[in-house]
Design a binder for this molecule. Structure first.
Ligand code: SF4
Ligand code: FES
Length: 237
């Protein structure tokens, strides 16, 4: 029988197993911790920091931090949500996100988080970066204007598809999603069924010819905020 670890999230006691991350333990207990770069089934990356929680008063990324006995975790508090709002704001201004025209609208995790946190317009100035688009592949489009550099496609390609179709080049503000070819996605072994394509949380990696397939009202986040399915599974009482 595995040893249990007790910790507290927003005043609620939960149990976890050794080695489990805060995010995973919280999710099992029906507590939603917002995330973007994290996707179940991929190695945690800890890059977007949207899952930041306070652990005994100190910021930690919940997707990479293992649980420890007696941890006091703050998650859904004005202070922590304020930090997340700032990060989301920055993601919006650092790219060119045309939500109203985006095929992923209504199914986009970045947009859904903005709705969840009540962001209608970013407070920071837009940077309007120059980004390229790669439409060379017959079935897949890379729209780098919307890429948030979460790395989900990079890890999914390696870990789930057994390929190496995507990677990053450059540093800081010049960091970009690149493909494992001289220049074009069409020259890689990427295929439309790859898990990497479906792993993109925003409208950056898209399957061609399926845009706007779901009408407004039937899209993933039309009725309930992102994360509702996790909190709905919380034990009552
Ligand atoms: S293309 Fe999508 S999955 Fe890949 S790094 Fe950019 S936002 Fe993340
Ligand atoms: S979800 Fe944890 S750092 Fe991105």
């Amino acid at each position: 029988m595995s040893q249990k670890i007790e910790l507290t999230i927003d005043g609620r006691e939960i149990s976890a197993v050794p080695g489990q991350t805060i995010l995973s333990a919280a999710e099992e207990a029906g507590v939603y911790i917002p995330r973007l770069c994290h996707l179940k089934g991929l190695t945690p990356h800890g890059s977007c920091r949207i899952c930041t929680v306070l652990v005994n008063g100190r910021p930690q990324s919940a997707c990479t931090q293992p649980v420890a006995p007696g941890m006091l975790v703050e998650n859904d508090t004005p202070k922590v949500n304020g930090l997340r709002r700032n990060l989301l704001d920055m993601l919006f201004v650092e790219g060119n996100h045309f939500c109203m025209f985006c095929e992923k609208s209504g199914n986009c995790e970045l947009q859904a988080l903005a709705y969840r946190f009540g962001i209608t317009a970013p407070k920071y100035p837009y940077m309007f970066p120059q980004r390229t688009l790669d439409a060379s592949h017959p079935d897949i489009l890379i729209e780098r204007n919307r890429c948030i550099l979460c790395g989900r496609c990079v890890r999914a390609s390696q870990e789930l598809d057994g390929k190496h179709a995507f990677d990053f080049i450059g540093r800081g503000a010049h960091k970009r999603l690149h493909v494992n070819a001289e220049a074009r996605l069409a020259d890689t072994d990427a295929a439309v069924e790859d898990r990497a394509v479906a792993a993109c949380p925003v409208g950056s990696l898209l399957r061609k010819r399926v845009g706007y397939a779901l009408p407004v009202g039937r899209r993933a986040y039309d009725h309930q905020p992102i994360g509702s399915e996790i909190s709905a599974a919380a034990p009552q009482g």
